[in-house]
Design a protein around this ligand. Sequence first.
Ligand code: NAD
Length: 449
Amino acid sequence: MVKNIVNSQKEYFSSGATRDYNFRMESLNKLKNSILKYEDEINSSMKLDLNKSKAETYITEIGIILDEISFHQRHLKKWMKKKHVKTSMAQIPGKCFITPEPYGTVLIISPWNYPLQLCLLPLVGSISSGNTAIIKPSEYTPHTSDIISKIISDAFPKEYISVVQGGVSETTLLLEEKFDYIFFTGSSNVGKIVMSAASNHLTPVTLELGGKSPAIVDESANIKLSARRIAFGKVINAGQTCVAPDYLLIHKSVKEEFITEFKNALNSFFVDKDMSSMVNIINEAHYNRLKNLMRDEHIILGGTFDDDRKFIEPTLIDEVTLSSPIMRDEIFGPILPIISYSNLSECIEYIANFEKPLALYIFSENKENIAKVTGSCSFGGGCINDTIVHLSNPNLPFGGVGNSGIGSYHGKKSFDTFTHYKSIFKQSSIFDVPFRYMPYTDKKLNIIK
Ligand code: NAD
């Protein structure tokens, strides 16, 4: 079945239909209209899968996709143009240009944490670049995956864009096929499996992965704002965000104030401590993993949970060490461990203990400190005096480095990701320079030199 879909997409791609500008624009419109048509069902499936509220669903899923579609529609004509570049002296009067072309048939594999956005945002890039696509959403958000199937089958024929649902075995079958591009979002471990499968066909990949993203708060920072923005990053989607601040490095002189302000921020987010609107932990395995991470740690705020709805209260854990279990892997939950420091260099050394993170956040009013951290730590992207919101600007390419990913997307970068740039030299037939032809004599060499 998978093979049939791939073959029909390759045939459809060969027809040339997807390359046309009007076709791409119309397809982006169809995607937008289908999302809007199913908006109520998207909201109810997000509620069922994650307890995600309507507002959070719009802000973190639907709104981001609609903005991306508009951005692509505004710029597509310009992006599709061939670009003339300088011709070297030896090639005059020929002409050189670079022309964008779609890769062909692409595979998009997505995780569960932003189940709609992480399927459809890369799809926008695939459509605007003129590819056909197969989408494999996550098996852990079955209601949303069903709606994604409806959105897509309502708008597009299978030979152009289709959804294959399933888990490891279905993805493994898909990965046996020869795709022209694979776009994967998920964990670093599965990223390695995807890259290894892609290498069998020399298929290029984008890997959008995770990691432990630090937040640093120095002694010059606005503590009230820092606490509010870090709390936002840890609470939205219950911390199940690839760019959530994973742990906090804070100057010891402002730690107590930060803890008070963090508490105040939570009180302002959840009136009367009603956290019923907060997203739940995705499944039993992750819920138990997070509960275990809190065990034996010094909890200074939060720490309660609710087995019935798999809910974990936003939690602060004081002074963890490098060997604490919570510092081993990406937390992916609403728990923030705190490590205090005296000297900024300690932070840089501390961060170097981990793989390169997807994001880094520095809260500071001190230009030198900001430059020191952003200049010496390697990370995918991030914010100064904020968390997470860097990913909402289509002018900022989004992606990791090292263990947190390969490649990037959003905005023009999405178009580039799904595009092969073909370099072409158009030779003139008016005259022919003889030097390049054999025989290669010393006399020729002297003239050329
Ligand atoms: P995951 O890697 O377990 O799963 C991602 C996808 O891969 C799913 O569709 C799943 O069905 C498939 N998959 C899982 N195991 C597989 C296997 N053995 N072989 C083939 N396919 C397999 O990730 P997840 O738990 O769904 O998502 C959480 C991870 O994703 C976190 O590490 C997070 O940081 C990362 N993430 C990264 C970004 C980003 O943009 N960089 C965004 C969201 C999540």
